[in-house]
Design a protein around this ligand. Structure first.
Ligand code: NAD
Length: 296
């Protein structure tokens, strides 16, 4: 049993906290929103009166917050108040630069730190099947792993400070581009009078095969569990994909990497979001692509 402080009890952090408690850990939790604190209390957490009060005496502190500015603000508050030699883990998806700053702050105060963004969404958070992509030194990763195992099924050490965030945005950039490409192929096939099923049967067993097609097919029918069969309810919302693609573009600019497809994907999904589709699953991008017909 580890004494854990958890800050940020939203759609992801709430169920992750519940899973830590189910695994036998003692959790003290905090969020700015009263309803989230109440739910954590029902799940068996002790509730802290503030972020600083929550981390007192904890062996491990976990944050699950919206963006880099929230993480830096909370870490600046809590790191100086942590027990000497404790570990702090950030599971939020944030920019690589803020993540590195957070690690540096922890090191300055003698704390171990890990960036550990996740994939698997709210379903994975509830089922404790998340994948954690971790950045930090060996010792901190080794200490974080058994705690993360209570919330996920795959824990990968990607490298030093910020490496987890870097790998996460690379993965999501591939996903966004491949989903747009699969959507485009179906749109062309429709115009050519081909059936969705024929395209699926051939491409899913040929060199165009990819996760966006075989697991998350953006047209209804071939993969019954994909959001396309459920009016594109998320799943993974377009607004979150735009966030990750924007982080990827920021990272690319900061290191001078060329990401022409990533840039175009960011613009494409952003236009879809701006048209009122932020809450639609990202595979709905096929509808946006279909709507572009005749416009270029
Ligand atoms: P959310 O908005 O539901 O939860 C964030 C929580 O942080 C909120 O409850 C908010 O009140 C709390 N918070 C903000 N500032 C705070 C502060 N100063 N002190 C205490 N609490 C504070 O977001 P979410 O969906 O749980 O996502 C959290 C992170 O996980 C994000 O970085 C997101 O990009 C990432 N993520 C989300 C998903 C998903 O499917 N939702 C998937 C992968 C990664």
């Amino acid at each position: 049993m580890t004494n854990i402080a958890f800050i940020g009890l939203g759609n992801m952090g709430g169920p992750m906290t519940a899973n830590l408690i189910k695994a036998g850990h003692k959790v003290t939790a905090f969020d700015l929103v009263a309803a989230s604190r109440d739910q954590a209390k029902k799940d068996g957490a002790a509730i802290g009166e503030s972020a600083v009060a929550t981390v007192q005496g904890a062996d491990v502190v976990i944050t699950m917050l919206p963006a880099g500015k929230h993480v830096l603000s909370v870490w600046n508050e809590v790191v100086p108040a942590m027990k000497k030699g404790a570990l702090i883990i950030d599971c939020s998806t944030i920019d690589v630069e803020s993540s590195k700053q957070a690690h540096a702050l922890a090191a300055k105060h003698g704390m171990g730190s890990v960036d550990a963004p996740v994939s698997g969404g709210t379903g994975g958070a509830k089922a404790a099947t998340l994948t954690f992509m971790c950045g930090g030194d060996e010792k901190s990763f080794a200490a974080a792993k058994p705690v993360l195992e209570a919330m996920g099924k795959k824990i990968v050490h990607c490298g030093g400070a910020g490496a987890g965030q870097g790998v996460k945005i690379c993965n999501n950039m591939v996903l966004a581009v491949s989903m747009a490409a699969v959507g485009e192929a179906f749109c062309l096939a429709e115009k050519l009078g081909l059936s969705h099923q024929a395209v699926f049967d051939v491409v899913s067993t040929s060199s165009g095969q990819c996760w966006a097609l075989t697991t998350y097919c953006p047209v209804p029918g071939p993969v019954p569990t994909s959001p396309a069969n459920n009016d594109y309810k998320p799943g993974f919302a377009t607004a979150l994909m735009v966030k990750d693609l924007t982080l990827a573009q920021d990272a690319a600019k900061s290191v001078g990497a060329a990401t022409p497809f990533g840039k175009q994907a960011q613009e494409l999904y952003k236009a879809f979001e701006d048209a009122g589709n932020g809450g639609v699953d990202f595979s709905g991008i096929i509808k946006h692509v279909r709507g572009l017909a005749g416009k270029s």
